[in-house]
Design a binder for this molecule. Sequence first.
Ligand SMILES: *Cc1c(COP(=O)(O)O)cnc(C)c1O
Length: 433
Amino acid sequence: MQLFSTNNPDHLVDLKRATMEGLAPDKGLYLPTTIPTLPASFWETLKDKDFTTHAYELASTLLQGAIPEEALKEIIEEAINFPAPIVSLEPGMDVLELFHGPSLAFKDFGARFMSRVMSYYNRGESDPLTILVATSGDTGGAVAAGFFDTPGIEVIILYPKGKVSPLQELQLTTWGGNISAIEVDGVFDDCQDLVKQAFLDPDLKEAYRLSSANSINICRLIPQAFYYVEAYRQLNLKGAPLYFVVPSGNFGNLTAGLIAYKMGLPVAGFVAATNANDVVPRYFKTGAYSPSQTIPTISNAMDVGAPSNFVRLQTILGSTWNTIKEVLSGYAFSDASTREAMRTIHQQYGYIMDPHGALGYLAAQKIKSKNKKAHTVILETAHPTKFLKEVEQTLGTTLEVPKRLAELKDKESLKVSMDASYSSFKSYLLKAI
Ligand SMILES: *Cc1c(COP(=O)(O)O)cnc(C)c1O
């Protein structure tokens, strides 16, 4: 398997380098040079396969030997050890629940797979690998859960003080062992700047093995292709055109869907659902791509003004507006509409959806109004209790918190507090690693 940088098609690397670097040196994102199609036999026998079996077959086809088959099988069996069930709202409209992993969001798929691939590539190294990650909430929790207890890997998470929910904070700070959490007196951008500066610091670069686990790592996208196939396996479409509706922020989830599509998944279209951060829906309308300032919303995991995976999406589909519009569409909705949708879903179907999934429901309605025959699958990206206060206030009910989240309240927070200056962070790193 070879990968190229979206900034320079001649910059070719192997999967190990793409995984360990995350971002290409020219700041481009890595993509495979070829996305092979799966053989007809894969689809013919899909119904009889379990999730890990078809995930392994897809990965093996895509990776083309980048990781030996036995090791790859083991990685997938360990990483994908929770289900992605389809729940029907009504005939022709389903939900794909992606929140059954340890941190209750779909990011568990990416983080668990990436941690094991990094650990595989790190074997035989005598010095530990230190992963730095800046998070505004969900990514850090999934990365911590994914890397916890991974031999030879230390993880340092930076998050902005007072800007993550209390439960999210516990998901970052209660691990101990190889996971350290730093509460930075600043905003998310400060955390990200500290990480970026550390990577550029020659003192650290020479002395330590540093890597990142941010959302642009290609290793996080690969396992997200698996669950589109797992959704399709569970459906009985009876010839109806299939639309995946993807609540989107950085557009990694949607890009992973396109990888599955390129490998042969029979999809009529992908639909991006966004909040007020509507740069991609605006692009569909006007053909102009103009990133903007981030607007805070109740679906805060999607508050992204300049989605980094947009360039991947363009590269995979061929970059003209018309070719992109054949496969993709997108709709943006306000917080008020999101809350309204959460109430409707609860009343009509007795189903509780989080604000991100509720945006998906609204976009599914748009597709349905255009094409009555459409079969929509809405990706529910997080468990509603991750956004407990918002969901309870909107629905006027109390939710039952899953045990693995409720138990966190009894655990000790092990965070380190720090100001946002690089000198503080650097001296911490020099002592810690
Ligand atoms: C990260 C996240 C998203 C956005 O996913 P992208 O891949 O960045 O588009 C949506 N919903 C939830 C709950 C998330 O945590």
